[in-house]
Design a binder for this molecule. Structure first.
Ligand code: N01
Length: 540
């Protein structure tokens, strides 16, 4: 059976099965091959790229700079690939993913258009049985979840949504052929990173855009531009050292983090520092002062600077105030990075509806009805986010030792040791799983770290004649407590964010990623491995 072909693969056996062919699954496959292991990757999409395969909405672009948002594992790849812009657009990142798939001949082990539906650990054979929606029934020694943190798209169940006669799209499930919005009246629901990127581009095409905002977000300017060839040359000449700096940095980015306190800085100095960071663009602003992420008073100084920028940019003071976040500290929800977001509200064809004051009551056949009136539209864009981090994994019916289901184990929130394994599910690894820096970091840096750690672990297990590895429940408990403790020193728990599961009704409110920093986390993982996988239970 060829990868991507029709029908199922009954009875095939692999050393490892990988779920997902985004950046983590692709690199995992490459490392597994390097170990001489047989592997099958199942991918729900019809191509590689994961999040960049699905997120084709207008304006989709990475908010990490291109030279940093790329693989470091192959020097030739790193040297030969040319990025065209400071921040890469979705089409360019997808081309990069496809180039990597071709270059390393990855596709032949990937079955596309195939979703893993069930995975059960069989204690008697100490192997996983994996099933897909296309009839595959295969067995493997190791199961590796490379499912992504933001792949389970979520559309809120507005009454009447099915009655809408126009077209509606979720940003994360955008049609491949694109959508012509010229002359259309468009509703955009949601103002997170996706909405904030899409709204300015949609406003440039549509006859009218009505933005339904529940919570205003802080957004920083990207100042995107063509990548200066001189700068690209310099980066390539210094890649080894720059990558090393990223791996040991707080968030996997080349951002200068300042330790000083904003509260101790004079007003003039603050203004200078904030202006310089604003002018630099992107995440640089968050590194301005060390206490911004832990001290509410310090944070408020930074937040007010950004609100001041919104007031400067947006001409209508009432709209500027509606766009100004006041209910959460800056950085406690995922910061957005935009191109012309706030100035879009100066356009005559853009209306902002505050759905906290004027809630959405229903979707009608012709538009969106709020408490205050009816907004007639031709198209609805749901920029309403994801069931983050746990959603993609729990969408698969996973059962571990003794038939216990992962959904059951994680009912009160995810529990994992180092975000790599969850006790009772031997030989199941989660790349950038809950309890690891993942979404608080440059994903490419965290993905490579996890894949390398897992591959090295598999090699050592094989060399040592070890059949299974599992997290020790006590080590897992201690790690979960540590993850919570570190989060409690920050301002993250003060926001109703998807980091906390707060965007999904009924989801347990637990801070899911690890806020202790990429560098410190890597050290911990390396130490655990060096100490013979301390906190893991190995069985011959
Ligand atoms: O999703 P979100 P996203 N009624 O959850 C609103 C990454 N990303 O797709 O805040 C009305 O952030 C919701 O309102 P509220 C990045 O990590 C990266 O934008 O819950 N509104 C919010 O405004 C990002 O954080 C890039 O009150 C409703 C919005 O929908 C993550 O993906 C680009 C609602 C959802 O925002 C998710 O971003 C894009 C309801 N019932 C995404 N339900 C890069 O640049 C939800 N909302 C790399």
């Amino acid at each position: 059976m060829t990868a991507g072909g029709g029908g199922g693969e009954p009875g095939a056996r692999y050393d490892a099965v990988v779920i997902g062919a985004g950046f983590s699954g692709m690199y995992m496959l490459h490392r597994l091959r390097g170990l001489g292991m047989s592997a099958r990757v199942y991918e729900a999409g019809d191509g590689v790229g994961g999040t960049w395969y699905w997120n084709r909405y207008p304006g989709a672009r990475c908010d990490v700079e291109s030279v940093q948002y790329s693989y470091s594992f192959d020097e030739d790849l790193e040297q030969e690939w040319e990025w065209s812009e400071r921040y890469p657009s979705q089409p360019e990142i997808l081309r990069y993913a496809e180039h990597v798939a071709d270059r390393f001949d990855l596709r032949r082990d990937i079955r596309f258009g195939t979703r893993v539906t069930r995975a059960a650990y069989d204690g008697s054979t100490r192997r996983w049985r994996v099933e897909t929606d296309r009839g595959d029934r295969v067995e493997c020694g190791f199961l590796i979840a490379a499912v992504g943190c933001l792949s389970a798209a979520r559309v809120p169940g507005f009454p009447g949504a099915d009655s809408f006669r126009g077209a509606s799209y979720h940003t994360g499930r955008w049609p491949h052929e694109g959508v012509d919005l010229t002359g259309r009246r468009v509703a955009v629901i949601g103002t997170g990173s996706s909405g904030i990127q899409a709204i300015p581009v949609i406003a440039g095409q549509a006859a009218h855009v009505t933005v339904f905002q529940r919570t205003p977000n802080f957004s920083l300017p990207a100042w995107n531009r063509p990548l200066d060839p001189e700068e690209a040359r310099w980066v390539k000449a210094n890649y080894a050292a720059l990558r090393q700096d990223m791996r040991t940095s707080p968030v996997g980015l080349l951002v200068a983090f300042n330790d000083r306190s904003v509260l101790e800085a004079g007003e003039e100095e603050r203004a200078r520092e904030f202006e310089a960071r604003w002018a630099e663009g992107g995440f640089a602003f968050l590194g301005a002062y060390g206490d911004m992420s832990i001290d509410p008073e310090a944070n408020e100084v930074a937040a007010e600077f950004v609100r001041g920028k919104i007031r400067e940019i947006v001409r209508d003071p009432e709209v500027a105030e509606r766009l100004s976040p006041r209910d959460h500290p800056i950085g406690s929800k995922r910061i957005c990075v935009d191109t012309g977001y706030y100035s879009t509200y100066n356009r005559p064809n853009v209306t902002l509806v505050d759905v906290r004051r004027d809630p959405i009551k229903e979707i009608t056949p012709t538009g969106v009805r709020t408490a205050g009136g009816h907004h007639s539209v031709d198209v609805i864009v749901y920029a309403t986010g994801y069931d983050a981090m746990t959603g993609p994994l729990l969408a698969v019916d996973i059962t571990g030792e003794g038939g216990r289901s992962l959904r059951d184990k994680w009912r009160a929130g995810p529990r994992a040791y180092l975000g790599l394994m969850t006790a009772g599910f031997p030989n199941l690894f989660t790349i950038t799983g809950p309890g690891s820096p993942s979404v608080l970091s440059n994903m490419l840096v965290s993905i490579e770290q996890h894949v390398d750690w897992i591959a090295d672990c598999l090699a050592r297990l094989r060399a040592g004649g070890i059949a299974t590895i599992d997290a020790d429940p006590a080590a897992e408990d201690a790690w979960v407590a540590h993850v919570n403790e570190v989060a409690s020193y920050t301002l993250y728990p003060r926001a109703d964010s998807w980091y906390m599961g707060a965007n999904i009704p009924g989801k347990p409110r637990v801070f899911m990623p690890y806020a202790g920093g990429v560098g410190a986390y890597r050290q911990k993982c390396d130490q655990v491995a060096a100490d013979g996988y301390e906190g893991f239970v190995l069985s011959a």
